[in-house]
Design a protein around this ligand. Sequence first.
Ligand code: FAD
Length: 445
Amino acid sequence: MSSPSIVWFRDDLRLADNPALRAAIDRGEPILAVYVLDEESPGIRPLGGAARWWLHHSLASLSERLRERGGALVLRRGPAARVIPQVVADTDAGAVFWNRRYGRPERDIDAELKTALRNDGVEVASFAGSLLHEPWTVTTGAGTHFSVFTPFWRACLSLPAPRLPLPEPREIDGIPSAPASDDLDDWALLPTRPDWAEGLRETWEPGEPAARRRLRSFLDEDLGSYDRARDEPSAGATSLLSPRLRWGEISPFTVWHEAVSTDGAGGFLSELGWREFAWHTLFHFPDLATKNLRPEFDAFPWPRLKPSHLDAWQRGETGVPLVDAGMRELWRTGYMHNRVRMVTASFLVKNLLIDWHRGEEWFWDTLVDADGANNPFNWQWVAGSGADAAPYFRIFNPELQAKKFDPKRLYISQWASDAPAEPIVDLGETRKAALAAYDVVKRAP
Ligand code: FAD
């Protein structure tokens, strides 16, 4: 009698460098892959619209790749604490493997499941697959976690090099009769009425093969100009790997080892370092999306929200060309260049004086790379409420940013040639108001 192994896929929708899948293969028993759409467990943040679109396509791709190799992906919806034991019972599985997650609610679910399954005599093992260094392995001399990026990254670089990526399995010994699976289409992850995803379809190809091709072409063609051109939104100089890393279609270990041998990769690799730093921060500060990292920021006197201002920002109709271009790129493609993310976020918080949470929520809903750590971490960085954040009083001037990083207005004319010409607020006046509000935070006890 065989006792199958279950591989529970989460934010690691890939076959290559997947330690949980590798453990199942090494166990030598038939394998079943499972994905659970868990929108019910307490604390789990529901996915945004663009993320749901990506997930649909990435799952379709994973399912096909598993099938080609002899495996199968079973889709189930519901709280993981109920669904996983159910699949174990349906298949008489003897083992469950997964790669670790680092948000608090996810960790709680996984820890409880581990105990419950082990109590039932099921083997359970979890692995490091999504971060180069797990949060508890990078500490200061005093044993605490880092709150400033530079020493954090220096400490990471002084650790043993990240492990080598695991090869992609050619064959998977799937269980002979897989239990019933939901139909992916029934999950309704894709928008229908209206179907706003045309720009996403034009821009992206989700799935592991496309992620690998993107990494290759970035390393061959763009990495050489990365340090020079990464801040120019029209240059196409960055990797566009963020949604692929977000969904785990490619592992940071693969990216690291393929990039590290290339001359001049240090700047690019340190961006992976920011990703690590954001996730470590979330691990140590699980309420990153809801609470200010610096509590004195709670005293910030946000004025009453002007819905028309928020609306103009979301639609890219602020009359500030770089801001409008960015917000329109986001709406159309589910992505925005990093420099422009900083400028649009700064404009929302420091010129419109709108609480950073409203911006974080909009990005959460519209970004294909919307990430439980990177998104709130960067919003707090821009707002000035984060740990190693841009000081609040440093206010981006969107016009100077455009002159510096889009001097020929290529990006602006691509996305916002027909945007309103008059800014909805006076940049100088609002800057003064923001600084006055910041004084309140400074004086807070
Ligand atoms: P590259 O420049 O090629 O960087 C390589 C990888 O490093 C990225 O794919 C990403 O995984 C990581 N990275 C780069 N910059 C950062 C950063 N500042 N913080 C953390 N990781 C980084 N990134 C997300 O992945 N998800 C988000 O939800 C997200 N929200 C953001 C919100 C705001 C307000 C800001 C200012 C930035 C946000 N970022 C987010 C970070 C950054 O803008 C994107 O990771 C980057 O633009 C993705 O493009 P790329 O893959 O071409 O980046």
